[in-house]
Design a protein around this ligand. Structure first.
Ligand code: ZN
Length: 291
């Protein structure tokens, strides 16, 4: 398969001059999604999660360094505590850290008090391990509760990245009320777990060929670029999933394609939210709708 040459590149985009924004995001879940409510799991499941720390993060950071690309890593507190060296390496490389729960607890299974504790413990762990106060939040499994956005506002988050309702940033609406939170939405179609994750229970077939994902990921990139709008192409990946060599090769091919495309602005999700906030105009928050 012939890939587009890196030179001549398209003209790189900037926040002020771009045709499409691309946000590369990685949820560094490690063992956390495999833990039960009591915080334990089988050694087999634990080892599966550890792959992200043992192999995936190193490969992802190497690829991002090679192409000098920014990214956002959403890191559960439990991951930061188990893998301080890898979490520190992510910060040292200049990437953004976002909140992703403490033990990857989907909020619908929590009481409001438990959800508050999850937010608090996640913040404390990231502060203790890497001295970072995240400005963004992505909920585990992209699940939300009725308490989530109120908590994010209370704790001073600038943006959320847990919703799936648009291809572009917008103000978060919380049960019909406007908020000061910016939403940077994702999509299951642009998530590696939906395509590649194999599991016996619940049974997930996963293990798609990279060419299968490549068609979807490249198709959405090309389609959004053609629209020339305020869309943001958010890829959501996991070091324990995308971090296998055959999938890293897919990601590299996609990156080369995007770099060869004119005026693509690679941004961290925090930068995407900041730009939206700066350019959204004077209308009251909440009066805007996606698109
Ligand atoms: Zn996750």
């Amino acid at each position: 398969m012939t890939e587009p040459a890196l030179t001549p590149r398209g003209r790189p985009g900037t926040s002020a001059d771009h045709r499409l924004t691309v946000a590369l995001t990685f949820d560094f879940d490690a063992e956390s999604p495999w833990l039960g409510p009591d915080g334990t799991a089988s050694p087999s499941q634990m080892s599966r999660g550890a792959y992200g720390a043992n192999e995936g993060v190193r490969r992802v950071l190497s690829l991002l360094r090679r192409y000098e690309l920014p990214a956002t890593f959403f890191v559960p507190g439990d991951t930061a505590e188990r893998h301080p060296a890898e979490t520190t390496a992510i910060v040292a490389a200049g990437h953004e850290i976002g909140h992703h729960g403490y033990r990857h607890e989907p909020p619908p299974g929590l009481t409001p008090d438990q959800e508050r504790e999850m937010v608090q413990r996640g913040l404390e762990a990231l502060d203790r391990v890497v001295g970072v106060r995240p400005r963004g939040y992505r909920s585990p499994a992209w699940e939300l509760s009725e308490a989530t956005f109120g908590l994010l506002g209370e704790y001073g988050f600038a943006y959320d990245a847990s919703q799936l309702g648009a291809d572009r940033p917008h103000w978060v609406q919380d049960r019909g009320r406007s908020t000061d939170l910016v939403e940077v939405p994702g999509a299951w179609e642009l998530c590696d777990s939906a395509l590649f994750l194999f599991s016996f229970d619940p049974y997930l077939r996963g293990l798609a060929a990279p060419s299968h994902a490549e068609e979807i990921w490249r198709g959405d990139f090309d389609g959004l670029w053609a629209e020339d709008s305020d869309a943001c192409y958010v890829l959501t990946m996991h070091p324990q999933i995308i971090g296998r060599p055959h999938r890293m090769a897919l990601l590299e091919r996609l990156i080369v394609h995007m770099l060869a495309t004119d005026r693509v602005w690679f941004a961290q999700t925090g930068q995407v939210a900041d730009r939206f906030r700066a350019t959204a105009g004077d209308a009251p928050a909440g009066q805007r709708t996606p698109g």
